[in-house]
Design a protein around this ligand. Structure first.
Ligand SMILES: Nc1nc2c(ncn2[C@@H]2O[C@H](COP(=O)(O)OP(=O)(O)OP(=O)(O)O)[C@@H](O)[C@H]2O)c(=O)[nH]1
Ligand SMILES: [Mg+2]
Length: 333
């Protein structure tokens, strides 16, 4: 990666991505994931070409069959000549192992498929925030020319839900096995779903879960454009229900386009994304700029009763944003 560091290498990587070079794409993803400044330059270089891909978020509880479902969707899309990029965030059963290990033929098909590019991202140690980074990785895939970008995230935890929600269409997957319905409602998954899928429909409890979901949907406000969230059934491990799911995804996409909702959604999601990036940047600046002496002084003042945590925080903020200084000093006793 020495070339990329000398300040001109990133242009080669940008060029490579735009020409469809997989190695340049993979290298750029690593730079972006590591928070390397070259990664930012690459993103700036490719951004004029970002926005063509359709982004699909797939989320749901651990083990409900997300990877299996994505494999089936991707194979079907690929068979019709589409190109797909998958961003799998902290997959406990990654595409290269787990779900697909027991299924060697399919695994080889997936690995050999030029229409498919899969990137697994660890959630730990992600520089600048997982949500921001995974979307930047998706931007690279977008500029690379993928028709579809599919995010896989486990539907527990705010960040993971944010990632799925950043997509154009969000599919929430549940399985009848683990009392997923109530969990999903608690986790806020119902609010972000454009399409609900009951996977493992070959298992018991499907009808009960479907009923629960129907009831929960009735309580949810509509998602705009007259879209009624469908509850579909799939057996991803046997490729059942995949065609229907793809049809519904296309239907939702068509509706977003017709009603002008796609641009609107992308705008509000971009606003969220920039806000998150700003928050991450700010957090980073707090850690980098505020020296140990400042921390120590503020902590002892609060512990001695001469200030409060809120005023101490304000003074810390003022260290970073001197222009925003608003008299924290004066407020201290
Ligand atoms: N019976 C049945 N098993 C399935 C189905 N879909 C997936 N599985 C199995 O369920 C297990 C988990 O599938 P994954 O695709 O890894 O699930 P996941 O949601 O990606 O799991 P995590 O990424 O670990 O959260 C695997 O053993 C799959 O073979 C299905 O429709 N029916
Ligand atoms: Mg998985």
């Amino acid at each position: 990666m020495r070339k990329a560091r000398n300040g001109t290498g990133f242009m080669k990587l940008v060029d490579g991505i735009l020409k469809g070079d997989r190695l340049c794409l993979a290298r750029s993803m690593t730079l972006v994931e590591n928070g390397d400044p070259e990664g930012d330059r690459i993103l700036l270089g490719i951004f004029p070409r970002v926005g063509r891909a359709f982004r699909l978020g797939i989320t749901g509880p651990p083990g409900c069959g997300k990877s299996t479902l994505i494999r089936a969707l991707a194979q079907s899309l690929s068979a019709s000549g589409k190109t797909i990029g998958v961003v799998a965030v902290d997959p406990s059963s990654p595409f290269t192992g787990g779900a697909l290990l027991g299924d060697r033929i399919r695994m080889n098909q997936v690995a050999m498929d030029r229409n498919l590019f899969i990137r697994s991202m660890a959630s730990r140690g992600s520089f600048g925030g997982l949500s921001t980074t995974s979307q930047s990785v998706a931007d690279l895939l977008d500029a690379f020319g993928r028709d579809y970008i599919i995010y896989e995230t486990v539907g527990v935890g705010q960040t993971e839900i944010e990632i799925a929600d950043a997509a154009d269409t969000t599919v929430v997957v549940l399985s009848p096995e683990s009392g997923d319905g109530i969990q999903a409602m608690k986790a806020g998954l119902m609010e972000i779903a454009d399409i609900l899928v009951i996977n493992k429909a070959d298992r018991e409890g499907v009808d009960r879960l479907a009923l629960e979901l129907d009831m929960a949907l009735q309580m949810r406000p509509g998602c705009g454009g007259g879209w009624e969230v469908p509850v579909l059934r799939t057996v991803a491990s046997r490729d059942e229900g995949i065609g229907d799911l793809l049809c519904r995804i296309e239907e939702h996409r068509g509706l977003l386009g017709r009603m002008g909702l796609l641009a609107e959604r992308r705008e509000s999601k971009m606003r969220k994304r920039i806000r998150l990036a700003a928050e991450n940047l700010f957090r980073k600046k707090v850690m980098e700029t505020v020296g140990e002496d400042v921390w120590r002084a503020r902590v002892s003042e609060v512990l001695a009763g001469r200030s409060t945590p809120a005023f101490a925080a304000e003074e810390i903020v003022n260290v970073i944003l001197p222009a925003a200084g608003s008299g924290g000093e004066a407020r201290r006793k």
